[in-house]
Unconditional design. Structure first.
Length: 332
């Protein structure tokens, strides 16, 4: 093969006639796309180094009702309209009521937002808050929005935004994550691809926030799959969601952010403090009603309780978790 003259495009060795620069660029793009696709599907690309990404390529098995079929559930006084309790290790449903009823997710949609953000970016990456994603912008859309307190022009790490997402259910944090890492429409598409990869077959998401939208629906069963993925494959997200309170110190990029978790199971002296509670999320909209996903661990067992549309969801999840820990479920 002759040495390139430098006067024209370099050719590839296989004789395809494509410029070498194009071939290299195409190869790099393919690698990058493969990495993103693998991350969204729940696979940890080699060398990615994102501490909260999943580490196992093998998909989790589906949830089973085998144990429940053999152990008829007791009549717990639970108010939730649609409810699921699962053992995340055994992948077994322990108690349920209308588990596949499609309902508005409210801010439980933020579980998907958190996973996709963690898939896309290192937690120490900084993201710019814009005039379209700060607290004023989200309150223009919904005046009663819960917010972290972001101001346009601030720069925060993905990790810090996740604290605002979980502890304060910040719609501004969700929109900043949903539009600051990749374009917003792509982020939402990745939320739905993530749901499909987790076998959440009755879910569809239209925003990173969870505001009421007739096109956005999920089920307790699907949310249990999402929460189980966080429990078993995103330990950093679980830790963030289980933080009772935190103060993010002022930096050159942003003001100070003191935050206390809305999840009373995590708060000492709240009246609902639960031994072994590890975290997750509360939620409310007019369409969804009060909702909660709660996680807890005792003696190495990891339980997930999902309660949708309950006027006493803290009481409901405590009853469910107490019942779950009273059972004995063999692991696979």
């Amino acid at each position: 093969m002759s040495k390139p003259s430098g006067r024209g495009p370099q050719r590839t060795a296989h004789g395809g006639g494509r410029p070498l620069q194009v071939v290299l660029a195409t190869a790099v793009l393919a690698v990058l796309l493969a990495g993103v696709t693998a991350a969204i599907a729940g696979i940890h690309p080699a060398g990615a180094g994102h501490v909260s990404r999943p580490v196992a390529a093998k998909p989790a098995p589906p949830l089973s009702t085998g144990w429940l079929d053999a152990h008829p559930q007791p009549a717990l006084d639970v108010h939730g309209t649609a409810v699921v309790l699962i053992d995340a290790d055994a992948r077994q449903v322990l108690w349920q009521r209308q588990p596949h009823e499609r309902r508005a997710p409210a801010s439980l949609a933020k579980l998907m937002t958190a996973m996709v953000a963690a898939d896309l970016a290192p937690l120490d990456r900084h993201v710019l808050v814009t005039g379209a994603t700060d607290m004023d912008a989200v309150r223009d859309v919904e005046p009663t929005s819960t917010v972290m307190g972001l101001t346009a022009g601030e720069r925060l790490r993905v990790r810090d935004l996740l604290y605002g997402l979980f502890l304060r259910s910040g719609n501004d944090a969700a929109e900043t994550l949903g539009g600051g890492i990749v374009p917003r429409d792509r982020f939402i598409r990745l939320m739905n691809e993530k749901a499909a990869a987790l076998h959440m077959t009755d879910s569809h998401f239209t925003t990173p926030v969870g505001l009421d939208d007739p096109k956005m629906r999920t089920t307790p069963y699907d949310l249990a799959l999402a929460a189980s993925a966080i429990v078993t494959r995103y330990p950093t997200l679980l830790t963030i969601s289980g933080t009772p309170s935190i103060t993010l110190p002022q930096t050159p990029g942003h003001k100070q952010f003191p935050m206390t978790n809305y999840n009373k199971l995590l708060l000492p002296g709240s009246g609902f403090t639960y031994a072994g509670a590890t975290g997750m999320k509360t939620a409310f909209t007019d369409d969804a009603g009060p909702c909660m996903v709660a996680t807890a661990t005792r003696n190495g067992r990891h339980l997930v309780a999902v309660v949708m549309n309950s006027d006493i969801f803290f009481t409901d999840v405590v009853k469910l978790l107490d019942y779950g820990f009273s059972t004995s479920v063999p692991h696979r």
